[in-house]
Design a protein around this ligand. Structure first.
Ligand code: KG4
Ligand code: ZN
Length: 350
């Protein structure tokens, strides 16, 4: 089955073609980062308009790269949520329109299920069951994954997501959006021993996270340095380093706990923050200590992309799931707990 995947939930237009027999055939992405950068964050209306402009040419590019005509598509998957409603509607309506014209099935899929299963696109994918840390700009969650659609939420952020905290810390440090990579770059020159930030919610049991206090702590540290006339480039790097250490350490502590609690030996890390080099280094050390394995999507599939949507859509479409004709879905808030395995999945041995 050849499935076209469409992702437009936020500030990236992603399109890909996944063939259930041959694997990923092509993928293309247009990032709106440069467009939003001058506003310091995503402007929803600009995002929707840009998706409208980019989507059809990207679909054509993916078809050309895969050497396929439109009429050779078997189905279409798109991100139905969570995300910005206007941006989601661009992908949803395009997918439904195209599916109607080609008379093929179409299915709206969950963005976070895409991130969760993105490592399945790699050469050595993790076997079920595994624990997963989903860390993006909108979510920080630990999930136990028994199979497709079989997810148990172990813990999540009670306030800001880890990526959001990176973005806010970046703003305070005068860095460009998106903040994660910028903070990580600045932190490289920082001294990890000069400042120590708290590791929120690690001193009590449980797998929930909280990152909003860390934001306040960062602001206070910056103000104190500023008041003392010490906020030079070196001090900014030290703040970035202390902040990154605190977030990474907190994530690592909770991952360790999740593996202990579930007895699982495989950990998937996905979502934008999974690109963080310091996090990867620390998790690799932890995994080696306990004879566990960590799996990541390839670099460009850590952040939003069409490939993960095509992949998840393909698995569910194969099992017979599809949207009703003309019933496009755009669901801005959509908890992952509501997901279920597709009916008929057992028949397919998924
Ligand atoms: O998954 P994603 O592309 O979009 C959402 O679904 O939110 O994640 C984007 C988030 C942003 O908050 C960005 O700052 C963060 O991932 N990020 C990073 C790094 N690269 C991206 N955070 C820390 N270190 C990085 N290297
Ligand atoms: Zn995402």
């Amino acid at each position: 089955m050849r499935v076209l995947g469409i992702e437009t939930s936020c500030d990236e237009t992603g399109v890909a073609l996944y063939d259930t027999e041959r694997g990923l055939a092509a993928d293309a992405l247009h990032s709106q980062i440069a467009m939003h950068a001058e506003y310091g964050g995503v402007v929803p209306e600009l995002a929707s308009r840009d998706h409208t402009r980019r989507l059809l040419p990207l679909i054509q590019r993916v078809l050309d790269d895969a050497g396929l005509g439109r009429d050779e598509l078997d189905a279409i998957a798109y991100t139905a949520g969570p995300g910005l409603v206007g941006a989601l509607m661009v992908g949803a309506s395009t997918a439904h329109g195209l599916a109607r014209a080609l008379d093929i099935p179409v299915l709206g899929v969950h963005h976070m299920e895409g991130h969760l299963l993105a490592p399945m696109l790699e050469d050595a994918p993790p076997a079920f069951p595994f624990a997963a840390l989903l860390v993006s700009g909108g979510h920080t969650q630990l999930v136990e994954v028994a199979g497709l659609g079989r997810y148990r939420l172990l813990g999540e952020s009670v306030d800001d997501a880890a990526g959001e905290a990176f973005d806010k810390a970046a703003k305070m440090l005068g860095l460009d959006y998106p903040g994660g990579p910028a903070v990580a770059r600045l932190a490289e020159d920082g001294d990890p021993t000069r400042l120590r930030f708290p590791r929120p919610m690690t001193d009590r049991p449980g797998l929930d996270f909280s990152f909003s206090g860390l934001k306040t702590h960062t602001l206070t540290a910056i103000r104190q340095l500023e008041a003392a006339g010490d906020l030079d480039e070196k001090a900014r790097a030290d703040v970035a380093r202390a902040f990154e250490e605190a977030v990474v350490d907190t994530l690592v502590i909770k991952c360790r706990r999740a593996l202990d609690q579930t007895g699982l030996k495989r950990l998937v890390v996905a979502g934008g923050v999974s690109a963080n080099a310091r996090l990867r280094e620390r998790l690799a050390r932890e995994a080696a200590k306990r004879d566990a394995e960590v799996f990541y999507p390839r670099g460009r599939f850590c952040t939003d992309n069409g490939a993960m949507i095509a992949y998840v859509g393909a698995q569910r479409l194969l099992a017979g799931e599809r949207d009703e004709l003309g019933q496009m879905q755009a669901v801005p808030r959509w908890p992952m707990d509501g997901l279920e395995p597709p009916e008929g999945m057992d028949r397919l041995g998924l």
